[in-house]
Design a binder for this molecule. Structure first.
Ligand SMILES: [Zn+2]
Ligand SMILES: [Zn+2]
Length: 307
């Protein structure tokens, strides 16, 4: 990134006049996009007065700032095959400036300019955020926003999902109060970039509050992965509960049946409705358990509600 100019600032007693380079705001906003190999979270979270992790990186030599195809793929969030494809199909894709035929190197500014021109990357306009509706003790419901969220979903039902993000003191206190105690809280709707709206049946708790040197507060929530599923449609969300009846649904059942063998009971079903109050093995729809159950039933002949 090249400065677009400079100003001279007189620090008086602290060393006198210093030349401070000026950078274009767009270039600065693009940094996390065009340098995907930098651990930006560590940079943001570095306490004031500490050496920034950026200091450990090799300085960029103008004219010798090069990238491999793999890093270009990470910038554009596509597979390496897609980048190789662009290179073949577009005559104006920057030519290699070094490396080998197998591992060609490209000039980073030239590649960034090409990616921008073809809308493969964009200038981030705002910090991404996640919004969540938490239902705590006494069915109290509150909305929260996590800036620069990080959502890590476990691969199996025994694992733990985690969501962290920057929050305010007030929100962090309220979250802690809502999720305190043994049963924890539930999340009726969690919306974040890159995932469908999620819902968590319960046991949501605050596992960490981290104060960065610059005063930001980062909160981490966690819950058992088996309790996470797709959120029901509508702003209120909520878990789409599937119940697997201990006795298979009979001829009088009018509930919606799912691939997992579970049903979403309707009030008026004679077997599973409000009057019957059947004993069922509940799990969140489209969650890990739902998928596992559905996979275990491949080839089963039940009519399916899923496309
Ligand atoms: Zn039924
Ligand atoms: Zn299910």
């Amino acid at each position: 990134m090249a400065p677009v100019g400079s100003v001279e600032i007189d620090y008086k007693r602290q060393g006198g006049v210093t030349v401070v380079p000026l950078y274009c705001a767009e270039d600065v906003a693009l940094l996390p996009v065009v340098r995907p190999l930098v651990h930006w979270r560590a940079v943001y979270a570095a306490p004031a007065g500490h050496r920034s992790p950026l200091g450990a990186l090799d300085p960029v030599v103008p004219g010798r700032d090069r990238v491999l195809l793999g890093e270009v793929a990470r910038m554009a969030r596509v597979g390496q095959a897609a980048v190789a494809n662009w290179r073949c199909r577009h005559a104006d894709f920057p030519s290699a400036v070094g490396g080998t035929e197998l591992h060609p190197q490209f000039d980073r500014p030239a590649v960034v300019a090409w990616l921008l021109a073809y809308d493969k990357i964009g200038v981030p306009v705002a910090m991404p955020s996640a919004s969540l509706v938490v239902v705590g003790a006494g069915r109290r419901m509150s909305r929260f926003r996590f800036d620069d969220p990080r959502l890590v979903l476990a691969d199996d039902a025994e694992g733990q999902d985690q969501l962290s993000g920057w929050s305010t003191n007030l929100d962090a206190d309220e979250l802690a109060a809502l999720t305190a105690g043994a049963p924890g809280a539930s999340v009726s709707r969690l919306t974040a970039l890159g995932t469908e709206p999620l819902s968590v049946l319960g046991e949501v708790s605050v596992i960490e509050r981290f104060r960065s040197g610059s005063g930001g507060l980062r909160v981490t929530l966690a819950w058992p992965a088996g309790l996470r599923g797709a959120a029901a449609e509508g702003a209120a969300g909520g878990v789409v509960r599937h119940g697997v009846p201990y006795a298979g649904p009979g001829s009088e059942c009018v509930c919606t049946r799912h691939d997992c063998g579970g049903i979403a009971p309707v009030d008026w079903c004679r077997e599973h409705g409000r009057a019957a109050e059947p004993v069922m093995d509940w799990h969140p729809g489209s969650g890990i358990r739902c998928t596992t159950l559905a996979e275990g039933r491949t080839g089963a002949s039940l009519p399916s509600a899923h496309p």
